[in-house]
Write a protein that binds this ligand. Sequence first.
Ligand code: ZN
Ligand code: MN
Length: 489
Amino acid sequence: MTAGAIAAEYQTIIGLEVHAQVLTRTKMYCGCSADYANAAPNTHVCPVCLGLPGALPVMNKVAIETVVRTGLALQCDVPAHSKMDRKNYVYPDLPKGYQISQYDLPLCVAGTLTFDVAGVEKVAGITRVHIEEDTGRLVHEDLVDGQATLVDLNRSGVPLMEIVGDPDLRSPEEAREYLVTLRRILRYILASTGNMEDGAFRCDANISIRALDGGYVGPKVEIKNMNSFRAVERALKYEEVRQRAAVASGEALFQETRGWVDERGETTSQRTKEQAHDYRYFPEPDLPPLRIEQGAIAGFRESLPMLPVARIEQFVNNYGLSAHDASILTDERAIADVFETSLAGSQDGDVQKATANWILNDMMGLARAQGLAADQLPFSAIQIGDLVKAVQGGTLTGRAAKELLSQIGKDELPTTAAARLNLLSLDNDDEITAAAKAAVEANPSAVADFQNGKQAAVGRLIGETMKRTGGRARPDVVRQAIVKLLDEI
Ligand code: ZN
Ligand code: MN
């Protein structure tokens, strides 16, 4: 390859490989608890996940079913025959010296993932989804007499699914949206927590460039160590630029594995093709091959909840929400559920819209301020329903409702809290008339302005009256009272 032979136009080719921990109570091949994070090191272990000689693995049925459900959510085929294979390599966090994984007969194949990139729908292929097991964790510690690397095997044998995507992505932005969408689906079907910070959702990326005219096809570079969506996008952007610059300057690119160094914002070479592993896969002799009952597949498919894309469509069609609002409300299944439950079947379009707005603006803002998890709101569906009903029915003014939010007790109904705090709307006309009178008397300049034809002065008097009622008077009632008073002057 020479610089002069390179076409000006290049295309970026990206394929992603995701490892997601499967949400199960126990590990993949033994009965140890899979809750590895909340336990003292090496307390959730047994001869199987410690890799002791002679210990025999037993398959976790729930993990297999969860991977099959994931495959179905990704439109995969689920072949009738599957098997486990040994992937051999040596590393201190892998006590057996091999990982029980799948090689040529994965549980799920040939699926698709549909996602949205800046308003444009994109479909990427899913090559395969297979089941395997996680490794232990190395812990680097500073001891009094120097540094030590310790191993914690609580995570050893935790079920892991590997989701391999076709090289169908054409930009770092597409890669990011693919991941966001995939993670959302895994969370919806309760297949994984998808928690990236905790390592429950990890991504490796293959990236290369090729000339649009076919005159140049670059080697595949694998990038590792990306721990957030942002890191994936940044690493791929960096690599896209690096590879284009190399080709432009006539520098040779080669197949290699590179690590993303977040602090420096760059990828660095870890190993080249010559140092690539030969895993010497062979069928796992301690586990029988799997036969997936094709009759059971329909049942798994039916057990899937409505997926995010369908739910957005439903929110737009049934509740008249914008696609933007619907996509935020459905981002987390738990919040979409709270929204629908708090409607309590209401067919009233105003109630539906108001409920969406209260959740999107006030509830989510409050949740962030309180440091709640992404799938949690500060109030229950019952509380939200009560609040919206009170505001729509005029029992609470919008202003009083906002003031109320921070003062509602746990499990307390907003209307109960409003009564306790004397924030319910004034339904006593005398009180409003008195406040309006006081406002008019205290603001002779506004009255004079009004008499000189300045309509805006009415707004000032309404504001003054509202202040005097502590925000508890409904603006329309106050307006009536002010207009009546001004007419009488
Ligand atoms: Zn175990
Ligand atoms: Mn793997």
